[in-house]
Design a protein around this ligand. Structure first.
Ligand SMILES: [Cu+2]
Length: 279
């Protein structure tokens, strides 16, 4: 699916670029110069296609994500991949222009260091480019941006609620029944509603578990809500993706503002909870 999108995007950019060149109303250059220019553009266009294909191949092959331990993680991974594919033609274009210019137009020997002739006006190219890239950016904001967020937030049901409080520079997890913990233990495959906040007079923090991807701000005196369904057992001691990490620069110990996360099976969760109650 994403590959198809990438190919379609490349095609659209190519067609718009060609259209911009055709619409270019600058007075034609002398015949010899024009032929040279056409050759340069032709070689650069071929390089563009090659570099775009290489970038796409790299984007398809790479696996940049930490462990994903919730269905919600799939949304951001999908959006990340999509935008990487859409960025490939841009990277290809920049590389084509850069590499070709460096190889072809470099000064040789004692060539003079004077500026070239000034360029006046660039025709329709910048306008079409601006229009095309704006359209692409708006498209991504709407889908998967807004549609993905709406889909992710549609399900407001949950099996349990945990209150997360972020304060300089630690997290506290409050479970139902007055249980407080300095470790976030979650039963696998249970949908959790996180009510996230920070004490009055504190600063902004952000609740983020890399394995779940999503972040939500912890705002002093306000409660923000996010829903996660952990679906893979894991422990922050073995995999750093399982940790609550503050994701909003909040002062000196911001980087250390972390809490261990453990996703466990139902029996282990009950055992842990019973141990907490006894204390
Ligand atoms: Cu913080």
């Amino acid at each position: 699916m994403a590959v198809i999108v990438a190919v379609v995007v490349t095609a659209i950019v190519g067609i718009l670029g060609a259209g911009a060149l055709l619409l270019d109303r600058r007075p034609p250059a002398p015949a010899g110069e024009q032929n040279g220019m056409n050759r340069h553009l032709a070689v650069a266009a071929i390089l563009w296609v090659i570099f775009t294909a290489l970038s796409l191949a790299g984007a398809v092959a790479m696996d940049p994500f930490p462990t994903g331990a919730a269905p919600e993680a799939a949304f951001s991974d999908h959006a990340f991949r999509l935008m990487t594919y859409m960025g490939a033609p841009i990277l290809g274009l920049v590389l084509a222009g850069l590499v070709y210019s460096v190889l072809t137009f470099r000064s040789v020997g004692g060539a003079d260091a004077e500026d070239g002739p000034p360029m006046k006006g660039t025709g329709m190219v910048p306008k079409v480019w601006l229009g095309a890239t704006t359209a692409l950016a708006v498209t991504v904001m709407v889908s998967p941006g807004l549609t993905g967020l709406a889909e992710m937030r549609a399900d407001r049901t949950s099996d349990m609620t945990i209150k997360m409080t972020g304060q300089r520079w630690s997290w506290t997890a409050d479970y139902p029944g007055g249980i407080t913990s300095d470790e976030l233990v979650l039963p696998v495959n249970k949908r959790v509603k996180f009510e996230v906040t920070a004490p009055e007079g504190d600063v902004l923090h952000s609740f983020w578990v890399p394995a779940f991807r999503n972040k939500i701000d912890a705002v002093p005196g306000m409660t923000t809500v996010t829903y996660i369904t952990p679906n893979r057992i894991g422990d922050g001691k073995d995999d750093v993706a399982y940790r609550v990490q503050c994701a909003e620069l909040c002062g000196l110990m911001h980087a250390r503002m972390a809490m261990n996360v453990r996703v466990v099976d139902a029996a282990e969760y009950d055992k842990w909870l019973a141990g907490k109650v006894k204390k």
